[in-house]
Design a protein. Structure first.
Length: 124
């Protein structure tokens, strides 16, 4: 059983944590009753490239990896990253080399790809 879960969220104007996918998180945690956990938060400036890269590595790649696994492919995170990059018609540059606008387009392409090919909805 996979013992790692990635989730994204944001901090509200009044400093409260808003989490996307809280139901997914609760489903995951229900498999680990009475277990101890460690939570780590990475904070990024809203709308910045760093936030998009954090979303890519912290949410998109793990979710896509899980979707591929359900289809019978046992890709590592690195393999999942490579598979997405070579599948993308925009090219195969590392996300760190992309401009903010290129990264935004790449993430939008991945969201569409995941929806059409992996039956996976990636939320922002």
């Amino acid at each position: 059983m996979d013992n790692e879960f990635h989730i994204v969220g944001k901090v509200s104007k009044d400093g409260k944590l808003l989490i996307s996918g809280i139901d997914e998180m609760n489903d995951f945690l229900s498999k680990w009753k009475n277990a101890k956990i460690v939570g780590t938060f990475k904070v990024f400036n809203p709308g910045g490239k760093e936030a998009m890269i954090g979303y890519y590595y912290g949410k998109i790649l793990p979710d896509i990896q899980r979707a591929y696994f359900e289809l019978g492919n046992q890709f590592s995170i690195e393999d999942t990253d490579l598979q997405l990059r070579v599948s993308c018609p925009m090219g195969s540059e590392n996300v760190h080399q992309l401009s903010r606008e290129q990264l935004k387009s790449y993430i939008e392409w991945i969201q569409q790809f995941a929806s059409e090919n992996l039956n996976l909805i990636l939320t922002d």
